[in-house]
Design a binder for this molecule. Sequence first.
Ligand SMILES: Cc1cc2nc3c(=O)[nH]c(=O)nc-3n(C[C@H](O)[C@H](O)[C@H](O)COP(=O)(O)O)c2cc1C
Length: 336
Amino acid sequence: MNKNILLCVSGGIAVYKAVALVSKLSQAGANVKVIMTASARQFVNPLSFQVMSKNDVFFNTFDEKDSSVIAHIDLADWADLVLVAPATANIIGKLANGIADDMVTTTLLATTAPVWIAPAMNVHMYDHPAVKRNLAQLASDGYQFIEPSEGFLACGYIGKGRLEEPEKITAIVQEYFSETAKRLSGKIVVITAGAFYMPVDEQHIISAYANGRIGQAIAQEAKVLGATTILLDEEDANVHKLLAKLEDYKKQYPQAIFIHAANIPAIEGAPTLSIEGTVAITFGQRVIGEPMLTITSDKWIDFSDEAQINGQPFDTSNAELFAKAFWAFLIQGEEQ
Ligand SMILES: Cc1cc2nc3c(=O)[nH]c(=O)nc-3n(C[C@H](O)[C@H](O)[C@H](O)COP(=O)(O)O)c2cc1C
């Protein structure tokens, strides 16, 4: 699976099953990190999770082990998927109301990864109007759920409230990632990145200013999503050669998505790239033809901290996260 899964464990009797879940996810190839609430630690010692995940276990927001990062932000950004299992009535209530008073809830508010909640509690707690209200709020906020199953509950009742079995949760996670992985399969993506130059004479060039981080990250994420990816960020970034190559690719792959993230000199006499007849995304460069989408930012995209896609602001300070958000936006648009 080779995905980063952040498991948030809150304090219910099913915490012991979360240990088995870490084991199953790790066996399936996931990298798992665990955050525990104070109540969860009443049920199982963090050492069990540490051994199963082969990673440090986090539970104190203010225990900053690594001075180069803020732990809850680092974990929030690291995750490809966040699981809250078991999710207590308390955690569900806090998340539904934006409360961030411990390591789990603070990280949950900081992440942009998908969050799946696996409630587990007494059947009457699960049926309580306040819990139902909070679950409905979370559903409308876009959270996904792994529904509890019915059966014998530790409190002695029989009903809905058991944490789903670790094998089943692991299977759902694996299926999700194989679905996600396939989302660009069969597509060809041609991406330009970095600074391109125009030769003025045999000794001089005029170059644009860029470092390629955004285009390279978009290309990397396209690969992860299963696309055949062609990245044009050569060392010899001569704009004439770029244009010639793009013309070739346009003929060879008329169905390709062209993403023009490279900066090319916008000076008199410089050749203008034609995107006519292609599905192209540009970043404010001068081009011939209509891009499907233009992404804008105050500075050149490689150096900006924010960009606008269709007027919606996206954080560009972390290129990898922007690339994930960029593809999620495009795929979502295509599926609608
Ligand atoms: C033995 C025992 C079992 C519990 N099991 C659950 C449970 O399954 N689900 C639940 O929502 N709360 C359960 N609780 C109550 C929570 O531990 C309590 O609401 C706590 O404040 C939750 O904190 P947390 O959400 O920060 O982990 C249990 C408490 C005890 C003492």
